[in-house]
Write a protein that binds this ligand. Sequence first.
Ligand code: ADP
Length: 271
Amino acid sequence: LELVAGQFVSALGNARAFEAERRRAESLAELDRAKTAFFSDVSHELRTPLTLLLGPIADVLEDAGPLPPGARDQLALALRNGQRLQRLVNDLMDVASIEAGRATAVRVGTDLADFTTELAGVLRAAAERAGLRLTVDCPPLPRPVFVDPRMWEKVVLNLLSNAVKYTFVGGISVALRDTGDGVALTVTDTGIGIPVEELPRVFDRFHRVPGSLGRHREGTGIGLALVRELVALHGGSVTVTSEPGRGSTFTATIPYGSPDAEGDADHPVGP
Ligand code: ADP
């Protein structure tokens, strides 16, 4: 009898521990939902005043005649920084809406080799200004890839601008390859690299590697979180390998897909 009673007490203990664990998981999920809603609300509230602030500055720079000495430079500086803030707000809203399950990829059959080459060209000037070589190697693919063009653009530009930001000597290469059932985009740089213990966290929202100062020291830690969400919306995944002092390689892999493919069905994102 004692033995049975003992087993009963221990089973009860297990059930309690299980229930406590379940409640903890539930409240964490609730907290995460609240955080996502908060980001979304704050970003939304910031968007309108920012537009109203930057519009007039841009107009003055464009239309006003002669300005007092120095005023043009000051206004241009304000505009550039305001636009940076605007990009951050837009990225935040994108991440929030994806995490809330409100975003869907609108896929169109795309010549992805061509499109990726064109996108890499957008950052060629920035790379060259930074004294970096940029190699683009995207040979023709056997068939169109179904992607949301706006989302693919963000994936390529975010990975590439990070490569420019965190590389001080050498170069960057962008390549797109057929993997059989999909394509793999790789962005390789000869930059500062990422310590191995930081690798699992670089895709987390707002995570920045401590002490890794990029060019201009600017950054928010939202770019890679957005890349991961966008690639997952296409049913793909993104990985990184890196060696401190030698450089990093980011690889985004997505399936060829079809017009009505539900890539996210296999890879749910968000809470
Ligand atoms: P941000 O660059 O705005 O800080 P990201 O989310 O794009 O944010 O990147 C997160 C962090 O990962 C960066 O702060 C940086 O520490 C590290 N990182 C990203 N890309 C690279 C890269 N190509 N080389 C070295 N470190 C990188």
